[in-house]
Design a protein around this ligand. Structure first.
Ligand code: GUN
Length: 296
């Protein structure tokens, strides 16, 4: 069993991104990223902090907006309008999920698609479906694809099962894996099945997978009987489970029962240290792409 080291692969992506930032800066352009958090969900707050911190470390002009849970839809839309109009900001990210009184679809629609480094705007969703490379692809599935290619996993002709159908991970992941591989974006040409919580005889479906992407958002949901010997497993889950002896009172587990699944796998990602660092790495890369496009 090979452990796919997301921290190491993310460092490689960051090195590429740093070189691109240096090239932009030599032309007098500093990429800018605005990260917006509404409310005080502890996990979202932690994600936003690490995005902001990594951006600053890379020399991206990073602006963090932490807004109270009482922020109105109109206030949030007004902030997005300001960020859309700000030439120092190339990428805008509103951390999902927002509080319940916020209409997330309306917020996403308000972001300038050219600054939508999350790839959530309908224009960017359509571009992914249309194989149009001028859009932005959501960071987590893009990071999963990069993990596969960096680990030397052959996707072409492989049976890939994506467990989960979210707009953030499952759907774009399936589109990426089924797309024709290109020089710019290898890691496609797979035969893709999307499975989810309502799939009949789920274990039989996931056992078909040469490549299993677990993105169902339930701690340790994927058990050993659901995985074929020699499969490659990418665990997208980041779940906090109570653990009284852990320093923070919780520990992080993935969507995969790692201890029992890992011995069966050809390769698997750990949690933490797998997909998580890659999401941030791809966000930084998308932000630099957004800046490069304004300079082209
Ligand atoms: N929530 C979970 N993943 C993401 C992500 O990639 N982007 C945003 N904006 N919110 C998220």
């Amino acid at each position: 069993m090979k452990l796919i080291n997301g921290t190491e692969i993310a460092a490689k992506v960051h090195a590429e991104t740093a070189a691109r930032i240096a090239a932009l800066q030599s032309r007098g352009l500093t990429p800018g990223l605005a990260v917006v958090l509404v409310g005080d969900d502890p996990a979202s707050r932690a994600y936003v902090r690490s995005k902001d911190k990594r951006a600053a470390e890379l020399g991206i002009h990073s602006v963090k907006h932490e807004l109270p849970a009482t922020t109105t839809q109109a206030e949030l839309l007004a902030l997005i309008a300001r960020l859309n109009a700000d030439p120092a900001i190339h990428g805008i990210l509103v951390q999902s999920p927002p509080p319940k009184h916020i209409d997330e679809a309306a917020i996403v629609l308000a972001i300038d698609p050219a600054k939508d480094v999350d790839g959530f705007h309908p224009v960017n969703v359509a571009k992914l479906a249309l194989d149009d490379p001028t859009g932005f692809v959501p960071c987590t599935p893009l990071g999963c694809q990069r993990l596969l290619t960096e680990a030397g996993v052959k996707t072409s002709g492989a049976r890939a099962v994506v467990l989960g159908r979210s707009m953030i991970v499952g759907k774009p992941m399936a589109l990426l894996l089924m797309a024709k591989s290109t020089a710019e974006r290898p890691g496609g040409d797979a035969t893709v099945t999307i499975a989810h919580s309502r799939t009949r005889d789920l274990a039989a479906v996931t056992r078909e997978a040469d490549i299993l992407i677990a993105a169902i958002g339930r701690p340790e949901f994927v058990t050993a009987d659901m995985v074929r010997d020699g499969a490659v497993v990418i665990d997208v889950g980041i779940n906090r489970v109570d653990d009284l002896i852990a320093p923070k009172g919780y520990r992080l587990v993935g969507d995969v029962d790692f201890q029992n699944v890992a011995p069966k796998c050809a390769a698997i990602t750990p949690v933490p240290g797998g997909v998580g660092p890659m999401t941030i790495a791809m966000l930084m890369a998308n932000t630099v792409t957004a800046a490069e496009r304004t300079a082209a």
